[in-house]
Design a protein around this ligand. Structure first.
Ligand code: HEM
Length: 230
């Protein structure tokens, strides 16, 4: 079983697979995710801080995917269905196509992970704003939503007075909408956590299986920047 690729034969690796930004970002991301998961509802401050850390890592990674070095760019590893099928066929034949960055199937798993993590962070921040009136989205949501519940939360969080009784009556209906919105966002956040666990399990399994099939240590690539054999 010999990995084949014109890419590898014609372009020997001088710079390794992953630059320090991708590697440090990856392990920080993994650590922040584990921290957010363990902290859960119980240690909210820790959970929120881990969520913000993930948000910053994602922003940097998206910018890096556009402007970073060759292997880190989305244009390099987000490939069409034909490339994915060709890669999967090469696995079945026992002659896995070698790619210096993400392979075409792995590239889509990376996109799924990044998108799912973004939705998770976005729903978390929205929930924090709706529920507690805190976080970067709180002021914006207070201005945008018809309900004054967020505004109350923001005012409460800032220590100022909430709305008066007449305003409370006027906005009761809107507060029901607010409750429904909050519940929907909470459902997304909870479902997202389970989905991410599944995606991460598939991601780690994929990494281990492809390391075996390619006879390259992919985990080492994410630690030192170079897979074995480079
Ligand atoms: C023990 C746990 C983990 C291991 C061993 C691991 C290993 C790896 C490896 C080897 C790669 C590079 C794959 C390749 O060479 O194509 C990678 C990429 C990636 N992993 Fe993990 N991973 C782990 C946990 C996680 C977790 C928890 C997350 C998300 C929270 C995650 C998200 C990602 C992402 C987004 C990439 C793409 C990196 C990039 O292009 O910036 N990984 N991982």
């Amino acid at each position: 079983m010999t990995p084949t690729t014109p890419e590898r034969r014609s372009e020997p690796s001088r710079s390794g697979t992953w630059d320090p930004m991708v590697r440090i970002g990856h392990w920080l991301l993994a650590a922040a995710f584990v921290t957010a998961w363990i902290a859960g509802d119980e240690y909210q401050q820790v959970h929120v801080l881990a969520g913000y850390t993930i948000a910053v890592i994602l922003l940097v990674r998206f910018a890096w995917g556009l402007f970073g070095p060759h292997n880190a760019r989305f244009s390099q590893f987000v490939r069409g269905p034909a490339a994915v099928v060709r890669y999967l066929e090469s696995l079945v034949r026992g002659e896995p196509e070698a790619h210096r960055g993400h392979n075409p199937a792995g590239g889509w798993m990376v996109v799924l992970l990044l998108v799912a993590l973004s939705v998770q962070v976005g729903s978390g921040m929205t929930l924090y704003a709706l529920d507690e009136g805190k976080g970067p989205l709180a002021a914006w949501l207070a201005a945008e939503t018809p309900s004054d519940a967020v505004a109350d939360s923001v005012a409460g969080a800032r220590g100022s007075a909430g709305t008066n009784e007449r305003e409370d009556d006027e906005h009761e209906g809107h507060d029901d909408e607010e409750g429904a919105l909050e519940e929907a966002v909470e459902d997304i956040h909870e479902f997202g956590a389970d989905l991410l666990l599944l995606l991460i399990a598939l991601h780690v399994a994929g990494v281990l299986v492809s390391s075996l099939l390619h006879r390259e240590n992919f985990v080492r690539g994410m630690i030192t920047g170079r897979r074995s054999g480079q």
